[in-house]
Design a protein around this ligand. Structure first.
Ligand code: ADP
Ligand code: SF4
Length: 678
C-alpha cells in the first residue's frame, strides 16, 4: 500500500464496535427493496468483499405508518422481517465488515395511500407532493408514544438481526424527526413545538431510547442533515444545524452528517465538485468527540485521505463510488489506485428510482447483476479456448466489450476510425462541465493497455472487405449512432419542414463546425445534451434560445436531480427558455412554432443557427454490408439501440459475456418470486 493512504485503513472505534477501516458504503436505494432480498444481498456482499469497512442497509421503515410503498426500500416492521436482514448481515460479516441499518420513519413523506393509515406529521401538513390531495395528521401524544415504542422495537430487531450499528435518521427532509425539528413544518404549541429545545425534543428522546435499547451492545448513529441547501435556510450549518450538533454532541456513537434535500446531497459532477459538502459539515468534528462520517461524491483516494488527515471526517461515506467500483478500498490498499473505476457523477444510478428498477450504473455494468446474473465486478470466467475477436468502434460499448473479452483471455483487436478512442464520451466530455464523462474511456483504455493480447488501432475505419480479410473468430460492431438533422424527435416523430436543409446537429459541433450568432437549440431529446450545449455556447458568448416541446425543460434531469440546477444555470447564462413549444417549420431564419398543449400559433423565434437535438439513429451501414457478405457479427451499444452511455457500456458487457457463452440463451436470468401463502 502507498503509505500516504494508511490513515484510510486505521480501525475506528464506534461506541462498542470497531470498524476495520474508514470506508462506509452508505445506505442508498439500490432498487431491490425488501421484495428482492437476494439481489439486494448480492449488492451488499460484493461491496463487503471489495473492502468497505461498514456496509449500510438502505433506509428501513420501522412500522406501517412509515410505509413507502412504490419506493424500493427495506422494512423492519415486525419480527417476521428479521430473517431477511439477518441473512444480509451474515453475508456482510463473512468479509469482516460491519453492518449498519438506517432505521427511519419518513413522516409526511410516507405513503399512507398504500394502507389507509393517516400520514403522520408534527402538524396538519400537505403530504408527499403538493399535487397529491392528502393531508397529514398532526401527531397527538399517543402517536408520539407509539412512534417512540416502534423505533425502540426496530432497534431491538436490528440487534436480533445482528447489525453492529443502528441509525436514528433525521435527514433529507424525509424523517419525522427532521419534520419536528423544522420550524416550517412544526407549528405545535405543546412541549414538542415552538422553541428550539421543544422542536428538538422528539429527536433527543428517540436517540435516548435508541441508546437505552442498544444497551451498549451495538452502536447508535445519527444521520443528520446539518444544512438545507435547497429552499429557505431554516436549518443551516451556521444556525440551528450547528445548534443540534452542539445539543446532542455526545449522545450518539457516530455522527453521520450531510446536507438536505436529496437533490443537493447527491450533487452531480456537472454542478458540484468532489468533496463539496465540506464547507457545511466540517464544523461537526469541532463540536463533538464522537467519530464523524460524511459524504461528498468522493472518488479519489487523495481527497479521501485529505479529509481524514485534516480532521474534517473520520469515515469516508460513499454511495456512488461504491456503485461504480465495489472494490475501491481494496484497490487503494493494494496500491492499485490506477485500477479504480471512477464514478463520473452522472446520477444515472439515482435516476432509476423513478423508473422503479434496480440500480444501473454508467461505469459499472455489473451493478445489480451480482446475484441474478452472477456477474462479478472484477472478474469474468476464462474462455475455454482463446479465440480472436475484432471489435469495430472504440466508444463505450466497444471499449467495454474489448476489456471483458480480453480479461477472459481472447486476443482482441479494436479498430477505431477516429484519431482518438472514446467515441461519444470523447466528444461529449469536451462540452462545458461534462469532462468527467471522459472517465468512461480513461478507465477502460488504461486497463486494455495493460494487457499483452490486445491491439488498439486509431485512424482505422474498417469496411466489410477489411473485416472479412481480418478473419476473426468473433466480430462485434460498436459503430455508434448519429444525431438526426430533420427534426424528427421523441415527442413528434415526423421530420419538421426546413430542418434537414438548415439544422446543425451535435455531431457537426463535435466535428468542429462553429455555430454563428444567435443559436436556437431545438430539444426534443430531453436529456442533458441540449442544455449542456446551451450552457457551452452561452459561455462562449452566443445568445441562445432553448426550445422544448415539453411543458418542463429537460425532463430527464428531473430523474438525475439536476433540473433545478440546470434551470438556474440557464438563467445565469442568459439562455432564453421556451417550454411547451412545438416546432412546425424552420423558414426565413426563424422557428415557426405552436403551443404544444393547445396548438395555438406562437410568434416566430429568429436565430442565425438552428441546432437540432432530437434523436439518434444507429450507424448500421457496416452491419448491412457484412450481412450481405454472409459474415456473422454482433451489433452492440448505440449501434444496436441508441441510449444513455450507461446502456452502451452495459450492452458491450452483456454481448461480451454472451460471446463467452456464459449467459442463458433464453435470456432468463434468476428471478425472485413472492411467496404464495396457502
Ligand atoms: P457506443 O456508445 O455504442 O460505444 P459511440 O458512438 O460512442 O458508440 O462510438 C462508436 C465509435 O465507432 C465512434 O468512435 C466511431 O468513430 C467508430 N466507428 C464507427 N464506424 C466505424 C468503422 N467502420 N470503423 C472504425 N470505427 C468506426
Ligand atoms: Fe457514478 Fe454515474 Fe455510476 Fe451513479 S451511475 S455511480 S453517478 S457513474
Amino acid at each position: 500500500m502507498d503509505p500516504r493512504y494508511a490513515p484510510l485503513f486505521e480501525p475506528l472505534k464506534i461506541g462498542p464496535v470497531t470498524a476495520p477501516n474508514r470506508f462506509c458504503m452508505m445506505p442508498y436505494a439500490n432498487g431491490h427493496s425488501f421484495l428482492m432480498p437476494n439481489g439486494a444481498t448480492g449488492v451488499r456482499e460484493t461491496r463487503a468483499e471489495g473492502g468497505w469497512g461498514i456496509i449500510g442497509m438502505q433506509l428501513s421503515e420501522i412500522d406501517p405508518t412509515s410505509d413507502l410503498s412504490g419506493l424500493p426500500y427495506e422494512r423492519l416492521w415486525d419480527d417476521g422481517d428479521i430473517k431477511a436482514h439477518a441473512h444480509s448481515v451474515d453475508r456482510i460479516h463473512r468479509h469482516g465488515a460491519l453492518a449498519s441499518i438506517e432505521l427511519a420513519h419518513t413522516g409526511i413523506r410516507s405513503r399512507g395511500i398504500a394502507n389507509g393509515y393517516p400520514v403522520l406529521g408534527p402538524s396538519i401538513l400537505a403530504t408527499l407532493k403538493p399535487e397529491f390531495p392528502y393531508m397529514a395528521k398532526a401527531m397527538d401524544k399517543g402517536d408520539i408514544r407509539t412512534l417512540r415504542q416502534n423505533h425502540r422495537a426496530a432497534i431491538r430487531r436490528a440487534k436480533q438481526a445482528g447489525y453492529d450499528i443502528a441509525y436514528v435518521y433525521a435527514a433529507h427532509d424525509a424523517s419525522i424527526l427532521w419534520h419536528f425539528l423544522s420550524p416550517a413544518y412544526n407549528r405545535r404549541s405543546d412541549e414538542y413545538g415552538g422553541s428550539f429545545e421543544n422542536r428538538l425534543r422528539l429527536l433527543r428522546e428517540v436517540l435516548e431510547d435508541a441508546q437505552d435499547e442498544a444497551a451498549g451492545e451495538i452502536a447508535i448513529a445519527i444521520r443528520f442533515a446539518v444544512h438545507e441547501a435547497s429552499g429557505p435556510k431554516r436549518i443551516s450549518f451556521d444556525g440551528e444545524g450547528r445548534d443540534v450538533v452542539e445539543a446532542l454532541a455526545e449522545l450518539p456513537d457516530l455522527w453521520d452528517v450531510n446536507i438536505s434535500g436529496w437533490s443537493r446531497d447527491s450533487g452531480t459532477s456537472r454542478y458540484d465538485p468532489e468533496g463539496f459538502q465540506e464547507e457545511f459539515t466540517s464544523f461537526v468534528k469541532q463540536v463533538t468527540n464522537k467519530p464523524v462520517l460524511g459524504v461528498g461524491r468522493f472518488t479519489s483516494p487523495d481527497t479521501m485521505v485529505s479529509q481524514i488527515k485534516r480532521g474534517v471526517l473520520d469515515v469516508i461515506g460513499s454511495a456512488r463510488a461504491s456503485i461504480a467500483d465495489p472494490f475501491l478500498p481494496l484497490k487503494i490498499r493494494e496500491g492499485r489506485g490506477d485500477d479504480i473505476r471512477e464514478c463520473i457523477g452522472c446520477n444515472v444510478c439515482v435516476s432509476v428510482e423513478n423508473a422503479g428498477v434496480v440500480v444501473r450504473c454508467t461505469q459499472n455494468p455489473t451493478m445489480s447483476e451480482e446475484w441474478r446474473r452472477g456477474w462479478h465486478p472484477e472478474t469474468v470466467p476464462l474462455a475455454k479456448t482463446p479465440e480472436t475477436v475484432l471489435i469495430v468502434g472504440g466508444g463505450p460499448a466497444g471499449l467495454e466489450a474489448a476489456l471483458t473479452l480480453a480479461r477472459a483471455g481472447h486476443a482482441v483487436t479494436l479498430a477505431e476510425a477516429r484519431s482518438e478512442m472514446g467515441g461519444r464520451v470523447a466528444t461529449e466530455s469536451r462540452i462545458k462541465n461534462l469532462a468527467a464523462w471522459g472517465r468512461v474511456r480513461d478507465y477502460r483504455l488504461y486497463q486494455l493497455q495493460q494487457l499483452a493480447h490486445v491491439s488498439l488501432f486509431t485512424d482505422s475505419p474498417l469496411d466489410a472487405d477489411a473485416v472479412a480479410e481480418f478473419g476473426a473468430d468473433h466480430v462485434l460492431l460498436a459503430t455508434g449512432s448519429q444525431w438526426v438533422r430533420d427534426g424528427a424527435g421523441r415527442s413528434r416523430l415526423d421530420p419538421i419542414n426546413g430542418f434537414a436543409q438548415a439544422a446543425l446537429t451535435p455531431d457537426d459541433l463535435a466535428q468542429g463546425t462553429q455555430p454563428q450568432g444567435t443559436v436556437l437549440i431545438y430539444d426534443d431529446d430531453h436529456s442533458y445534451m441540449a442544455n449542456a450545449l446551451a450552457a457551452d455556447l452561452a459561455a462562449k458568448g452566443h445568445a441562445v434560445h432553448l426550445v422544448s416541446p415539453m411543458p418542463s425543460m429537460a425532463g430527464w434531469l428531473g430523474n438525475t436531480l439536476e433540473q433545478p440546477r440546470m434551470l438556474a444555470e440557464m438563467l445565469a447564462l442568459g439562455v432564453t427558455m421556451h417550454p411547451n413549444t412545438t416546432a412546425t417549420a424552420w423558414a426565413n431564419g426563424a422557428l415557426q412554432a405552436i403551443r404544444s398543449d393547445t396548438g395555438q400559433a406562437l410568434p416566430p423565434i429568429a436565430a442565425d443557427t438552428l441546432l437540432a437535438v432530437t434523436l439518434r439513429h444507429p450507424a448500421t451501414a457496416l452491419s448491412k454490408a457484412l450481412t450481405e457478405c454472409g459474415i456473422e457479427h454482433r451489433v452492440i451499444g448505440d449501434a444496436e439501440a441508441p441510449g444513455p452511455i450507461q446502456a452502451a457500456v452495459f450492452s458491450g458487457h452483456r454481448h461480451a459475456r454472451e460471446v463467452l457463452g456464459t449467459e442463458p440463451e433464453d435470456r432468463l436470468f434468476k428471478r425472485e418470486r413472492p411467496m404464495l401463502f396457502d
